[in-house]
Write a protein that binds this ligand. Structure first.
Ligand code: HAM
Length: 441
């Protein structure tokens, strides 16, 4: 065993694992292109400041950061969103809106190792910039759903938990907790995993002993919200000031737009309103959502939301934005649990069986031509008995073996053996390429 082990959380991909990985990327890319998204990329190394300022405290503690040889404080990217916001902001005027971009790339977070969490993982990011209305959310959530459907997952396997930081803010404002709202949402983000005493203690720290009971009741009540009708009744029961009422009504209309858009696309069974999702990243402003497996045995497959102020904070113009990231680790776990990871068998088109070193130069010349012609061709490096080479040819998965024996080459011919049924025919070498094109399409 080597002492030079790979680092914890960094994977090695042997060919079979790499084929699985490519399959994920292929579906990601196919579906994103189908939705009219264009692929882009940014640097994997950025200034440390970018993520400290934009991603928030939770991620700050997980940065792979160091000082480079020029004395700059830098970090590997833990996520792509701040980079995207900067890139779009820098060329905002010349880019056609809405901007629909996607990326497939590696991200790095120094996380505690656990199921579904590694230190280097790949994300599909899909984002829409320049559209303020919920039409962008409909587009992204349907992309997220179709992507997961593209792997064979259905409504019994996964669902999207839809929530809204904006509605949370309006709700907390209506209950008199406006000033403490950002800190309250930090607690809500961890609510599911928090023991009872810890919840009580945090709420007292935030609003004091007196307010904490009312706040606790308010949070528990709002977490029960499961539909637009529930939202309506939540706000109907409180005496709400008229300016707040206007904002609430507008927000309810956005919810109606979003849910009816998903319904029109036939995707309602995949989405549920779930106010426990508020998302840990610092920049989210409106709708937020996460995709989970129905059995809830895995962490989130994907997560995202609206971040309307980030482009401006990155030095660009005021530009609304919404997007999501889907990681390869949880997705691969979910697919494996359901037996949906296809088995990959590596195959080639042709295996050349070479009689002896006398025939080798002619065979090599044909092999090179066939490869230039687009076929995948393999052969043994050493002279070996025909029988042995034919065995290797069969196990290589090749469709055809080309046999270069002395009898054939005397007539400038080659024997083509169909490895599926062992039928053989001879062909003149000059016709080999066109004949194989006919046979292999
Ligand atoms: P996020 O929720 O931090 O969001 O990550 C999105 C997804 O990336 C997660 O649901 C998970 O599948 C995967 N992921 C995150 N951390 C790890 C890890 N340590 N190991 C394996 N997988 C991981 C974001 O990153 C946002 N930037 C997404 C976004 C794009 N929001 C708007 N646009």
């Amino acid at each position: 065993m080597s002492d030079f082990k790979s680092l914890p959380g960094f994977r090695e991909f042997y060919p079979e694992a790499l084929a699985q990985r490519r399959f994920l990327f292929q579906v990601w890319r196919q579906v994103a292109v189908r939705f009219g998204f264009r692929e882009f990329d940014g640097p994997v190394l950025e200034s440390l400041e970018l993520f400290k300022a934009k991603s928030g405290d939770e991620i700050e503690g997980q940065l792979f950061s160091f000082e480079d040889k020029g004395g700059r404080e830098v970090s590997l990217r833990p996520e792509l969103t701040p980079t995207l916001a900067r890139m779009v902001g820098a060329q905002a005027n010349s880019l056609k809106k809405p901007i629909k971009w996607f990326n497939i790339g590696d991200n790095f977070r120094y996380e505690r190792m656990q199921k579904g969490r590694l230190r280097c993982f790949t994300q599909l990011n899909a984002d829409i910039l320049g559209e303020a209305g919920p039409a962008a959310e409909v587009e992204l959530i349907s992309l997220l759903i179709q992507t997961l459907q593209g792997f064979g997952l259905g409504p019994d396997d996964f669902y999207i938990r839809l929530s809204d930081r904006n509605l949370w803010m309006l709700f907390l404002k209506s209950r008199g907790f406006e000033d403490a709202a950002p800190r309250i949402l930090e607690v809500v983000d961890k609510w599911e995993r928090m023991p009872e005493e810890a919840k009580a203690k945090r709420l007292i720290e935030i609003v004091g002993e007196d307010g904490s009971t009312a706040l606790r009741k308010a949070i528990d009540g709002f977490l029960e919200t499961k539909s637009v009708e529930d939202v309506l009744s939540t706000f109907a029961s409180a005496s709400v000031k008229s300016d707040l009422k206007v904002q609430i009504d507008a927000r309810i209309q956005d919810w109606e737009y979003l849910t009816s858009g998903l319904e029109a696309m036939g995707l309602s069974q995949f989405a549920e309103m779930d106010m426990s999702i508020v998302r840990g990243l610092a920049y989210y402003t409106g709708f937020v959502f996460e995709a989970f497996d129905r059995a809830k045995v895995n962490r989130a497959i994907a997560g995202g939301g609206r971040y309307d102020s980030l482009v401006k904070k990155m030095g660009g113009p005021d530009m609304p934005a919404v997007g999501f990231g889907m990681g390869d680790v949880v997705l691969a776990d979910v697919l494996a649990e359901r037996g949906l990871q296809p088995k990959f068998v590596s195959t080639i088109d042709i295996f050349a069986v070479i009689g002896s070193d006398v025939e080798r130069p002619i065979a090599l010349s044909d092999i090179n031509l066939l490869r230039q012609g687009g076929f995948s061709v393999d052969y043994s490096f050493k002279s070996q008995a025909f029988g042995k080479q034919l065995k290797v040819a069969s196990s290589s998965g090749a469709r055809f073996a080309l046999i270069y024996g002395s009898d054939e080459l005397e007539k400038d011919e080659v024997t083509i053996r169909d490895l599926a049924n062992r039928n053989e025919e001879t062909a003149s070498r000059s016709r080999l390429l066109s004949l194989l094109r006919e046979k292999l399409g």
